[in-house]
Design a protein around this ligand. Structure first.
Ligand code: GLA
Length: 503
């Protein structure tokens, strides 16, 4: 069976000769990890990375699939003219050198990511890689780097159309491939020159917007392009709200595919400026549209509630679904229930997931988003959820009954999250030590059982909690918090009528 360029033989998936994504074998599901930028900016150090890596293990985040520990900008002091012009790691911030940091991260079973820029300088003003792609790729490989985030500042005007931008980014892609080391390639050109059109052939993901800001919907002139032409943004900017980026993603969801993803930017969960409901909606959206899930908070001071959000295996299972298909926005309506600087909408998104019922019928993820500043009851009809299969209620799926599973109902309690935090000794917490068989008992471990296998085995941790059943031509209803989301997995129920037809 050939499905979206992938050839399935039994349970083994082989990339068919018509594979359309970069064939480095990485990011077959959206990459997961942590990057220091959102919480720390240029304040980077060896200690920050190694402590964070230890906590990713201790808090069970590694087990949930968070794999890459990514060092962002501001790590170098320039080039070494007497050593092939290779980049020099800042010896104050990284006294043991970068290879030692990589070794420590690898020893924990995690991957090490680094940052550079397809320009003369990085965005922070450090040495960029333009013109030095081969020497820098070789340096990264020699240090044991597993992931490169590649930025777009100071690009010397080498942008303005897709051919120029893609060519500039392809040079580094080729240099990384030539090292022979598998290095996940994450483009960061903020959606300039439509990277969703050319990114998949040279990279594993591409940013689609200016930098995210820890805000649900605050309008900011420095992040323009908030309307129907948001896909055509000549000025990506920065201080982009979650809803601004969601809107940009809505136009290009079809570009996401295994090995090549729309990157909605790093998560803000845990950085403190959004409400719990907003962080739930943010995390839910990023999972449903298959953005990389790169945590962007200070893990050393994570509040229990935020650890609980980032640790929801039923939502992560949507992100890591083997079908690799993004949810799409089915409707959006503007409302007036907003603060003066916000833009309120209500929205419904849905998308195919691999079947967990054993039949041909895909599961479905459904998101109801309440952008109002007050709680509201929202409805999603089967006709709208399945509109891709036939307009105006003509989709065959509308005639079926569906089990509705709430993907947030089994969220870890704050008490349990606090117990996990307290058990780690890595940053001066209690010294009982994390013990995955006691404190972690019952949690999902994707390093032992992949999400694909867990879903195939109907792991209850991944499927959410049955909340109701929706009948043919029916409607799902949810009471949704202000700036919050309800997120469901729909599973087809067996049909009596089908059996009668078979007789
Ligand atoms: C750009 C990127 C950010 C971050 C900074 C570092 O703004 O988009 O994600 O990497 O540069 O300077």
């Amino acid at each position: 069976m050939v499905f979206g360029g992938t050839l399935f033989i039994g349970t083994v998936a082989l990339w068919a000769s018509k594979a359309v994504a970069v064939d480095n074998g990485l990011a077959v599901t959206p990459q997961m990890g942590w990057d220091n930028w959102n919480a720390f900016g240029c304040d980077v150090s060896e200690t920050l990375l190694t402590q964070t890596a230890q906590l990713i293990v201790d808090y069970g985040l590694k087990d949930l699939g968070y794999h890459y520990v990514i060092l962002d900008d501001c790590w170098s002091t320039g080039r070494n003219a007497s050593n092939n012009n290779s980049l020099i790691a800042d010896s104050t911030k990284f006294p043991r050198g970068m290879a030692a940091v990589a070794d420590d991260i690898h020893a924990l079973g995690l991957g090490f990511g680094m940052y550079s820029d397809a320009g003369k300088y990085t965005c922070g003003g450090y040495a960029g890689s333009l013109g030095y792609e081969t020497v820098d790729a070789n340096t990264f490989a020699s240090w044991g780097v597993d992931y490169l985030k590649y930025d777009n500042c100071y690009n010397m005007g080498q942008a303005g159309n897709q051919m120029i931008s893609s060519g500039r980014y392809e040079v580094m892609g080729n240099a990384l491939n030539a090292t022979g080391r598998p290095i996940l390639y994450s483009l960061c050109n903020w959606g300039e020159d439509y990277p969703w059109n050319w990114g998949s052939t040279i990279a594993n993901s591409w940013r689609i917007s200016g930098d995210i800001f820890d805000s649900w919907d605050m309008a900011d002139a420095r992040c323009p392009c908030d309307g129907d032409d948001a896909w055509n943004c000549g000025l990506p900017g920065f201080h982009c709200s979650v809803t601004n980026i969601m809107n940009k993603a809505s136009f290009i969801v079809s570009k996401a595919q295994p090995g090549a993803w729309n990157d909605l930017d790093m998560l803000e969960v845990g950085n403190g400026a959004m409400t719990d409901a907003e962080y739930v909606a943010h995390f839910s959206m990023w999972a449903a549209v298959k953005s990389p899930l790169i945590m962007g908070n200070d893990i050393r001071t994570i509040p229990p509630a935020d650890l609980a959000i980032l640790s929801n295996p039923a939502v992560i299972a949507v992100s890591q679904d083997p079908s690799g298909s993004s949810a799409a926005r089915r409707w959006i309506y503007a409302t007036n229930d907003t603060d003066i600087n916000g833009r309120a909408t209500i929205q419904m998104w849905s998308g195919n997931l691999k079947s967990t019922t054993g039949g041909d019928q895909s599961d479905m993820v459904v998101l109801l988003i309440n952008g109002n500043k007050n709680t509201i009851v929202l409805n999603a009809t089967l006709a709208d959820i399945f509109v891709d299969n036939g307009p105006l209620g003509t989709a065959p799926q509308v005639k079926l009954s569906w089990e509705v599973r709430d993907l947030w109902a089994n969220r870890m309690s704050d008490d349990e999250a606090k117990a996990i935090i307290d058990a780690s000794s890595a940053v001066g917490n209690a010294t009982t030590g994390y013990n995955a068989t006691t404190i972690g008992a019952g949690r999902y471990n994707a390093t032992k059982t992949s999400y694909a296998d867990g879903l195939a085995a109907n792991s209850s941790l991944l499927l959410g909690k049955v909340s109701t059943t929706v009948q043919p031509s029916g409607t799902i209803t949810a009471t949704v918090d202000p700036h919050g989301a309800a997120m469901f997995r729909l599973r087809a129920m067996p049909t009596g009528s089908l059996k009668r037809d078979e007789l």
